[in-house]
Design a protein around this ligand. Structure first.
Ligand code: THU
Length: 247
């Protein structure tokens, strides 16, 4: 794993501007974070939000931030696909990244990867302890099924309220930063709610990354609602909505 590899996980089809970093936890694990844009631009997630929240939601303590060096180096040029006007990938353009600024990473850092194999209500309950909710005191947990395993999420609040993230978006941004490509199902639990229902922002981000996926809402251990993501956000504004399509 190096910066060039991590850069490929950036999800920046709109601006094509990549950004990435790593947060090192007290455990010694490196948590990757990439910039994840959203078609509804204010919902875009910064690399540092993802890396920091990944670390915290894994119950680790952030001790160090690692970023790529600012100077560019010809040998580290990678080619990223550029999206066309309707958000499909087409063509390539060069981007340059430099070697890692942190000697620990250059020496073969241990990069976080999920070890979760299965979804259970008790896992959702246990995750509630990881929520960082000094302002709302309203905990939410999430488990996201992907092609490379199950990623957990817990809601994270910061003094800058706008920079916090819901449990669902912590799980989705963590999964993308760890290289997941396909999101099939997201399980959500909010113990203080009689009826769990994801917020509009999370619905929009789900529509972008898992429009054909499913949402499973745990109102408690026995009362569960299953819904297609597309039903939670009808008439979605997604990449294909951008331009008239001539068939
Ligand atoms: N929250 C979630 O984590 N997911 C949702 O779908 C709704 C809201 C969090 C955000 C904030 O930390 C707290 O719940 C209250 O809004």
């Amino acid at each position: 794993m190096n910066w060039v590899e991590l850069q490929k996980r950036c999800y920046t089809p709109y601006s094509c501007n990549c950004d990435m970093c790593m947060v090192v936890g007290r455990s010694g694990l490196f948590y990757p974070g990439v910039r994840i844009e959203n078609i509804s631009f204010s919902l875009s997630v910064e690399a540092i939000q993802t890396a920091l929240f990944s670390c915290l939601s894994e119950g680790d303590e952030p001790v160090k931030l690692v970023i790529p060096k600012a100077e560019l180096n010809e040998s580290n040029t990678v080619y990223r696909k550029k999206p066309n006007r309707i958000g499909e990938w087409s063509g390539y353009y060069p981007m340059k990244v430099n070697e890692v600024a942190d000697p620990g990473m250059a020496g073969g850092a241990r990069i976080f990867q999920t070890e979760e194999k299965k979804v259970s209500f008790s896992r959702l309950q246990a995750l509630i302890q990881r929520c960082v909710i000094p302002y709302s005191t309203f905990p939410v947990s999430a488990l996201l099924e992907t092609d490379i395993g199950i990623f957990s999420g817990a809601n994270m609040e910061l003094a800058d309220w706008q920079k916090g993230l819901c449990a669902e978006r912590v799980a989705m941004s963590k999964a993308l930063s760890c290289g997941a490509k396909v999101f099939s199902r997201i399980h959500i639990y909010a113990p203080k709610s009689d009826f769990v229902s994801p917020c509009g922002a999370c619905r929009q981000v789900m529509a972008e990354h898992m429009l054909n996926g499913e949402v499973v809402l745990y109102h408690n251990e026995h009362e569960i609602t299953r819904l297609p993501v597309s039903a939670l956000l009808p008439y979605q504004f997604v990449a294909s909505s951008l331009y008239k399509q001539h068939k």
